[in-house]
Design a protein around this ligand. Structure first.
Ligand code: COA
Ligand code: MG
Length: 294
């Protein structure tokens, strides 16, 4: 299953946890980091673990947990508290390089052993661009990264703080400034290079659903699959934007078929258009996305 919509839910809100479970998001990210104030950290850990334990059925909605960054004293107690609930995965914020992801993987191996969970069953998604260093260390993912890493997203808010910026957008156009566009592109390229899911950034203006849809479609054209949500109303829009339409699937099937019928040709014609290898790859991507979603 490809997770299209990933809905953040503050880990200390009973009401939002309940609402999230009834929502169409493919995954919830139960947050122990920024959505939780320091004085509610212990309570949030307990609530998240209870929620995981009471919701073992994950076939239509996965349950992930965002822990605090590895450099803080909160991260290990976060992990120790939630692994007994067997989350589908951990979202790791504020990484410096692939080394952080690999360190988390070792912690997970130890905790899986102590909880009698299958080794490697808990996956990782990282928020890859929230520190200044992270923009310079993407190559480390190509050297070695754990198989637990299945997705990568980026963020522009913490990155702005890390870069000393007072704003991360062009005041005239509202578009992200250069460093954030670079972060987005590096996230996409790295995720594709190591064959993990590139996931679109949060869209914070949660009342602007048309704007959300336009951004989803732009990101899908660029190669991203799926997007982070912060409000329940965003999930349906994200799900449909990242589900190939019947026409797209039908066309992709034709493209694959025409290459299969002409195994010795690198270039073929279909409906008056020239097709070559990149088109075949694209068609296979569409079928993969459609097949694994439906
Ligand atoms: N998950 C689950 N339920 C949510 C939700 C979320 N992320 N955001 C809102 N809801 C619920 C509300 O509790 C409310 O439920 P109710 O009808 O039972 O009262 C309903 O959806 C409508 O919410 P609304 O009034 O439109 O928004 P709000 O003002 O209550 O909340 C935010 C706005 C931004 C505070 C909220 O969406 C939120 O907490 N988002 C997640 C924040 C987060 O986790 N950030 C960290 C990652 S960037
Ligand atoms: Mg906090």
């Amino acid at each position: 299953m490809i997770v299209r919509s990933w809905l953040f839910v503050p880990g200390d809100s009973e009401r939002k946890l309940k609402k999230g479970r009834g929502n169409t998001a493919d995954a919830l990210i139960l947050d122990l980091e920024d959505a939780v104030s320091n004085d509610r950290q212990t309570l949030a850990r307990e609530m998240v673990c209870d929620f995981l334990r009471t919701n073992p059925e994950r076939s239509t909605q996965q349950l992930w947990v965002r822990i605090n960054p590895l450099g803080t004293e909160l991260s290990l107690p976060d992990l120790a508290a939630v692994i007994p609930g067997a989350p589908d995965g951990i979202v790791l914020p504020k990484v410096y390089s692939a080394a952080d992801v690999n360190t988390l993987s070792h912690y997970l191996s130890a905790l899986e052993a102590s909880e009698d969970l299958p080794e490697g069953s808990i996956k990782i998604m990282c928020v890859a661009t929230e520190t200044a260093s992270s923009l310079l260390t993407f190559h480390t993912y190509l050297d070695h990264v754990t198989h637990r890493l299945v997705g990568m997203t980026w963020g522009g808010e913490d990155l702005a703080a890390a870069l000393g910026a007072s704003d991360n957008r062009n005041p005239t156009t509202g578009e992200y400034d250069d460093p954030y566009l670079m972060a987005k592109s590096l996230c996409l390229a790295t995720a594709r290079a190591i064959d993990v899911q590139p996931i679109g950034v949060v869209f914070v203006d949660f009342r602007d659903l048309d704007g959300l849809e336009a951004e989803c479609l732009r990101e899908r054209r660029a190669g991203f699959i799926g997007k982070i949500a912060i409000h329940p109303a965003q999930s349906d829009i994200i799900n449909s934007a990242f589900t190939p339409s019947d026409e797209e699937v039908a066309y992709a099937k034709k493209v694959v078929a025409v290459f299969e019928q002409n195994p010795n040709l690198g270039t073929v014609g279909l409906e008056g258009k020239m097709l070559d290898m990149p088109h075949l790859k694209q068609a296979r991507n569409v079928l993969l996305m459609g097949g694994r979603i439906n």
